[in-house]
Design a protein around this ligand. Sequence first.
Ligand SMILES: [Zn+2]
Length: 635
Amino acid sequence: MKTYVINTSNSPYSLLKPVPIENVKLMDNFWLPRIEKLKNNTLPMQYCFLEKTDRINRFRWASGKLSVKPEKSIYPFDDSDVYKWLEACAFMLAQDPKCGLKNFVNEVVSEIIPAQEDDGYLFTEYHNQRSRRWTNLTFDHELYCAGHLIQAAIALHRSIENTSLLNTAIKFANLISETFNSKNIRGVPGHPEIEMALIELYRETDNKRYLETALFFLNERGKGLLKPVGNSMFYLYDLLGAEYFIDHKPFRELDEMVGHAVRSLYLNCGATDIYLETGEETIFKTLIKLWKNFVNCKMYITGGAGSRYISEAFGENYELPNERAYAETCAAIANIMWNWRMFLATGNAKFTDIMELALYNAALAGISLDGTKYFYTNPLADRGKVRRQPWFKVSCCPPNIARLIASLPGYFYSISSEGIWINLFASSKARINYRANIIEVVQRTNYPWDGVIEITVNPLEIMDFALFIRIPGWADRAYADFNKKKIKLKPGTYAKFMKKWSVGDKIMLYLEMPAKLMIANPHVMNNFQRVAIKRGPLIYCIEQEDNPTIDVWNIMLRKSSKFFVEYRRDLLGGVMILKSRALIINGDIWKEKLYQTYQKPLFINKEVEVIAIPYYTWANRAPGPMTVWIPILSG
Ligand SMILES: [Zn+2]
């Protein structure tokens, strides 16, 4: 059995085919320690929280093992945290089948299965209340939880050949298909998620019915079916509006990213999955329109998504506040999931570029360096107030970041009819089944701290094929040593290397990685006359802890500011820091003042040294101010 992030091996419109998670062995200092922490700390601790907060007890209550309904689990969507945790464990077990997580997994699965009702229904909130079923799709996440159950079951089936939970998921998926599709009860999920799950189930079982049900949900969306039930939720629905649910117009008519960021991005994931199976051009054109709007007008420089604190939603174009950024960790993960699917459809590096950006920045900031605490929101500026928490009442983010990191090896490589594609970089060894051959690809690199990558290809038998290597769009210049020639490469594309490959053939890749000052579109009013620092795939920030003598919100850079890189093995798990000289805004003229008549100079004419650290590492030490966007002195 092979474990995939998603299995598009037989999807007719997936140009790229996946490489199983277990076939890529990471051997690097960046991701491998994170995966080890995930296995040893994160997932066992999350299991404790699932128990402590009664999330697993809810299944025990539904199956009759507990007579009183547990009180600590309060939200109707709490089941989904258990499922996402299971999916993360499944991806981990694919890499290390003997790891201790298996016992926890078996225990949790054995509590879920008996909670299923006779006809296949499984949602603990409505357990044994038939009259409540499907009555509040707008707010109660019934189909959302079903989607996560299906995904967890598929992952466990692929990684440890567990068929029992898959049978449970199939039974529930059949009930959903009968209810909504065959009987044609009209309704759509308030929170998209089940669409991509049903398509993955179609990929796993070859039963077309699940694809049809996913398409049914996409087609019914935008017809105003999501309404409040009775009077109780009317006020909330009125406040949020149909856009919040992306139910204000049919999917194929959408041209702007609106509404709840995770719902919106999950919907796009599902729609892309439908495209990968059906090739419907209208869907793809809509996806491209939405992607352009997202990347050009609504995405944070970190790859974060969702700028409105209220309703966890996208704002207007260029509405990207820093201190009040919502940028939910789940939305960054959804961004990665969507761009992965868009890449599989096209082979276009612009999608893997965004995926990498969100991975190293917006998503990775969502988990602490020790793997035990999480951000729900990911601001780009702070006064030391926002801190990661070990768990949340609404705890979607912790198991979501866990399943992303656990599945990461599955994103490194792809296969097409022409050859093998390298999407991400880290010291690693991959074993890729290609046609009737086995190709070992070995990467040696210090990525993301430097851009030198040695790639060795070891085919079992000598073979002609193309090796496509992603040349990241952030690189100013890129070169390769290949076939004893130095070749200039185009950033933002996949470079194609053709050869009759034999054991030990090498490509040396050089991606220039200077620290750069980035500016935002001037209509992003919060960032006007400010710069952000980027080096390679990493966005940097300035945090108080490294700059104790100055308030980092008072720093100003010059256009000519130069950055010096220094690797600090002992800092934040080992990071490349950036040092520069900066001016200091004159705090004295602002004492007890909010406004004053314009005057010069705003800054003290004295330079200080400032240290910047990768954004993903912030808030791992003493609380203090932090900022990504820094004012710049023009001229
Ligand atoms: Zn979340």
